[in-house]
Design a binder for this molecule. Sequence first.
Ligand SMILES: Cc1cc2nc3c(=O)[nH]c(=O)nc-3n(C[C@H](O)[C@H](O)[C@H](O)COP(=O)(O)OP(=O)(O)OC[C@H]3O[C@@H](n4cnc5c(N)ncnc54)[C@H](O)[C@@H]3O)c2cc1C
Length: 396
Amino acid sequence: MTKADTNSAVFGQLQQDLLIVGGGIMGLWAAYYAAQAGLKTLLVERGTIGSSTSGGLLGALMPHALDRWNDKKQFQFDALMSLEGEIRQVEAISGLQAGYRRSGRLVPLAKPHLRAIADEQMGSASTHWTTYFSGHRPGHYSWQTRDTPFAPDWPVASACLHGCTFDTLSARVSPRQLIAVLRAVLEQSPLVTLREHAELETLNPAEGKAVLAGGDAVHFGHSILAAGVRAFPLLDAMQPGLKPSGTAVKGQAALLQANIDPNWPILFDRGLYIVPHENGSVAIGSTSEVEFADPGSTDGKLDDLLDEACALSPLLRGAPVIERWAGLRPKAIGRDPMVGHHPEFPRLSLLTGGFKVSFGLAHRLAQSVVESLTGTSAISLPDAFRVEAHLDKMRG
Ligand SMILES: Cc1cc2nc3c(=O)[nH]c(=O)nc-3n(C[C@H](O)[C@H](O)[C@H](O)COP(=O)(O)OP(=O)(O)OC[C@H]3O[C@@H](n4cnc5c(N)ncnc54)[C@H](O)[C@@H]3O)c2cc1C
């Protein structure tokens, strides 16, 4: 019997410091930091923990391009830097492995102008990435251009007519394993209750009251909406008359048993990700579909993607497909994550809109939200991530 089950009998009577809606990567990290801050927390999940988009296959953790450095890139860089330590900590608590490895990323350069841009960016890496490490491990992570593939057919030499870039900062994690690690940690916490098959129906942040499907009421001091793509309609219902706060973008991916060395870098080529994981499995992604009939199905677009992957690395040819998968990415209006206190609802914070990069940012975004509740704000959010910035766009 899980901790979630044992709590179900008294659930309707619980008074919570914090209600978190959504048991994906965002909500789970939020619950972890809330417990560390001593908040009695109830996390409600309409399905099972990690059963939605966060239960995917890829888990690529890649920095943005180095040109035009800004506060968003700095935030992402800091998040990618701190993630490994946070994962090692939750692994130690849970005794489970998250499948994290800083294996790097290789991007083939097919055109001469791309090589010129890449050579220019090498200088930026030594500025931005090394500065961070002054006094620690200067120059440990690098962004280099090289003339040859990482290994024969990784990727195929013809894709690297003008070389490739190779960075040693990129990493990958197994999304499902990380979810399992966080779940195990939260199940050990006396302050956190995980409640599955509990769908939030209405949220009244002014009164500090939520009602779940089935009629249970939850009274809370504060709430965090981390409901992925479903956060947008919930939010829109609270603020009628504005533009929609976000949309869902479908993505399809697959997992192959390709016996690729798990140390080998991610191959990334214009939206095609090839991500080696432990045990020789390799995740391939992703389509990006604004229009779709069935959010959960895979189709010929995934077959095309697999063909592209095999063309980029013939080592994948003939590898058995272990799984085909599809999910919906939460894309907030303006494309940036939508995070922090809602200015019009003092008991509500938002934590969604991670779109294609949630796994690299979620811990730090969640930490900043919890810090703002406990008045210990050390992490500063880029202005574009704040709810105010999204509200401006929704009113515009
Ligand atoms: C094909 C594909 C590939 C991707 N690859 C990567 C990648 O390589 N790297 C990366 O960083 N990101 C990647 N992403 C994006 C990433 O998976 C998502 O951004 C992330 O999982 C979103 O997490 P979340 O916690 O915001 O949402 P979710 O994982 O959707 O979690 C929200 C949870 O809230 C629950 N919920 C919703 N409504 C309610 C309600 N009313 N009451 C209770 N519970 C509710 C849902 O059931 C869900 O479990 C990929 C996405 C796709 C589709």
